[in-house]
Ligand binder design. Structure first.
Ligand code: ADP
Ligand code: MG
Length: 401
């Protein structure tokens, strides 16, 4: 089944029809003409499987109800006009034929990058378009607002120009936009999550093949809540550190004679750890154990036991903190406090050095967990965290209305 058809008329999107109308109205105010349609793509949290995607490994993200909407109108003259209500500095005017990596600064490089990547791959999008963007995904919170923006633009162009691309093809295009055009070396998980997730489920992702399937995740039916705690900090070393970690993993794989760390079987991990330089061994330990945690999480969810995810989350956090070293005092405090206050498990989600923490809690303890984290942040002198409740939501698609 083509997931594009699976999600195009998703009821979760239809309930957002009002939002689609608002976005279409805003488009009309900006451009003085009607949009051809409104498309949306969600932010995500990753339940488990962090820093595994660029190691060809596994991940288990789910889409958030928070989404980025793009109202769009096809043009025929090669111009690309971009407007976002979040960066309200007017309309950015570009020419599709003149798009090149490094040529577009600021937020516009994400949507322009998608158009560039489509054109570069030979797709006939040279006519251009007018786009208006609004969003309920917080930016820079580790909830992947960048992928939500790219993926909303990708599904809009796919339909405006009748490209008929598959979801994995659109994900690769969006990733290329972020890597080669926007200059951010992200993996593929964020884009696959935004494009392929389905309501009521997490998404098992094999980052090597882009094989994926839904894993039912019924929080409410099991009396559970998934809290997202946005620490509202993003430490500066995030970008450089990410590239360094990625390079470290590639070097370790090469030293082990592997294509990627995904290819190291768990039973060969002890021998590999003794053979590797001291600075690389903990990275490899994280990746191999994290892939195993994803597989185990899928088994536990498939067995109808979402509460059993808790200890895997907390173990994943310890691995990111101690082996991968991408946590920070704020995320560690949120995790420790949430678990001490009764969460079944908690971990940082996203690339690290700040961003958000997820905490799986029984519904009747969720408020206590949230209050404890807020109090702990105040006591530590940190700014207040932002709290969201995550419900597994639909992937990208066209909005009704
Ligand atoms: P994250 O993806 O974790 O939210 P990133 O730093 O990867 O953080 O991406 C955030 C950037 O994506 C913003 O600084 C902006 O350039 C762009 N962006 C995201 N959402 C929007 C939006 N609604 N309008 C304009 N730009 C956006
Ligand atoms: Mg991002």
């Amino acid at each position: 089944m083509n997931p594009a058809h699976e999600t195009a008329h998703d009821p979760a999107h239809e309930t957002a029809g009002g939002a689609a109308g608002t976005t279409a109205d805003a488009f009309h105010r900006v451009y003085g003409t009607h949009a051809d349609g409104v498309w949306a793509a969600p932010g995500r949290v990753n339940l488990i499987g962090e820093h595994t995607d660029y190691n060809d490994g596994f991940a288990l993200p789910m889409a958030l109800p928070q989404a980025t909407r793009v109202a769009a109108r096809r043009r025929g003259d090669g111009r690309l006009r971009l407007h976002s209500d979040r960066f309200d500095a007017g309309v950015v005017e570009l020419e599709v034929a003149a798009l090149a990596p490094g040529a577009v600064p600021g937020w516009a490089r994400y949507p322009a990058g998608v158009v560039w990547a489509l054109a570069e791959a030979g797709h006939p999008v040279g006519g251009g378009a007018d786009l208006h963007v609004d969003s309920t995904v917080p930016t820079g919170a580790g909830l992947s607002s960048s992928a939500a923006l790219e993926c909303a633009v990708a599904v809009a162009f796919d339909e405006l120009y009748g490209l008929g691309l598959t979801r994995p093809e659109l994900a690769r295009t969006a990733q290329r936009a972020e890597n080669a055009f926007a200059g951010v070396p992200c993996g593929i998980m964020d884009q696959m999550a935004s494009l392929c997730c389905t309501e009521g489920a997490a998404l098992f992702l094999d980052s090597r093949t882009l094989g994926h399937h839904r894993v039912p995740f019924d929080l409410a039916g099991h009396g559970l809540r998934l809290l997202v705690i946005d620490t509202r900090v993003q430490h500066d070393l995030a970008d450089g550190a990410y590239a360094g970690l990625r390079a470290g993993c590639e070097r370790a794989a090469a030293l082990l004679g592997l294509t990627a760390l995904r290819d190291l079987p768990a039973e060969e991990l002890p021998a590999a750890l003794t053979a590797l330089p001291a600075e690389l061994a903990p990275l490899v330990r994280h990746v191999v154990t994290e892939n195993a945690r994803v597989t185990e999480a899928v088994d536990r969810l498939s067995a109808g036991n979402p509460a059993a995810l808790g200890p895997l989350l907390t173990a994943g956090h310890a691995s990111l903190r101690d082996d991968y070293r991408v946590s920070c005092p704020e995320t560690d405090l949120a995790v420790d406090t949430a678990v001490a206050a009764g969460a079944l498990g908690a971990r940082m989600t996203g690339g690290g050095f700040g961003g958000s923490v997820i905490a799986l809690t029984p519904e009747d303890r969720a408020d206590r967990v949230a209050a404890a984290v807020t109090a702990a942040f105040a006591a530590a002198g940190y700014g207040p965290p932002a709290l969201l409740t995550a419900t597994p939501s639909a992937g990208a698609g066209r909005l009704a209305g």
